[in-house]
Design a protein around this ligand. Sequence first.
Ligand SMILES: Cc1c2[nH]c(c1CCC(=O)O)Cc1[nH]c(c(CCC(=O)O)c1C)Cc1[nH]c(c(CCC(=O)O)c1C)Cc1[nH]c(c(C)c1CCC(=O)O)C2
Length: 344
Amino acid sequence: MKKNDRFLRACRREPTDVTPVWFMRQAGRYMPEYRALREKHTLLELCKNAELACEVTLQPLRLGVDAAILFADILLPLEPMGAAFEFAKGEGPVIHEPIASMAQIEKLRVIEPREGLGYVLESIRTIQRELAGKVPLIGFAGAPFTLASYLIEGGGTKQFAKTKKMMYGAPDAWHALMGKLAEVVRRYLRAQVEAGADAVQLFDSWVGQLSPDDYREYVQPHVRHILQDVMTAGVPVIHFGTGTHTLLPAMRDAGGHVLGLDWRTPLAEGWSIVGHDRAVQGNLDPTVLFAPREVAEAHAARVLAEAAGRPGHIFNLGHGILPETPVETVQAVIDFVHEKSARS
Ligand SMILES: Cc1c2[nH]c(c1CCC(=O)O)Cc1[nH]c(c(CCC(=O)O)c1C)Cc1[nH]c(c(CCC(=O)O)c1C)Cc1[nH]c(c(C)c1CCC(=O)O)C2
């Protein structure tokens, strides 16, 4: 039993005393204590050292969030699969040899997480020991489309042109790549649950680039492969993407006990699209946290009003928190959500 289980209860659509809150990327550069650690260590050092990963994971708990999220990155599985990368200063991730051919895809290894990603599982065990049941711990992985886009583009992209070129022009290579990624991610999420994660989130951050028909043809079978299995592992599974308004029915069908919504979709509308037999998470625009406190609170109030007190809403942003976000506003919104949603 967790001392604070309102996040897990909401995932199961059970009533809670107040609406649970956590923020994607809640451990990161907007926090002074994170920046202080980053002066001494690279991002990958923080990810690969269980004590440091644990320290960073726990940092945002002082703000009163109702869940911790494992400190790691969605790209970590790519390295043991055989696709080396680095986080270049000011540029984001850079894949050393972007994937462009079937020959390269054939060489990618479908790893066992215990082999190449044992350090992440060690972090989970360390964090759970340190948390001692205080709040639940969320594990996570990137979804195949989002991972494939980094592998093929060699880093971040706006157009996804190379990604779609392979998808449309070389569907055999595309499905071979997506199949390998999906199997690794399925094993990885299962291993995280076995190591002690209380819930897991699949990040398909960039899948909103696709039309519903293309999603169903090129992505959905692979996401289904992951989620239909991981949903039987005994913990809540969150299925997240951005720009997904038209994809929500297909994403819901692929799986997830909880569907992530972003701010482009009003929460009430998104929830009725995915159906009230699922929980929802979201959906404050992260840039609202740059506004004066009263404006941010007014937007948070609107999100709560959209949820209408229905059990099964987890308050979050619609995407990750931005590095320059003022901590005071994050704190104010967390407190506001707890106070405003209190059920007497
Ligand atoms: C697409 C993606 C990535 N990583 C992630 C996603 C999916 C979520 C999303 O869409 O935002 C997920 C992620 N990355 C990180 C976490 C940690 C847990 C958390 O607090 O949420 C999580 C959940 C650490 C990180 N991963 C990264 C940082 C910033 C790192 C730093 O320099 O300290 C953090 C805290 C680096 C990273 N990692 C990635 C990029 C594009 C970048 C560079 C962009 C940036 O600098 O913000 C890939």
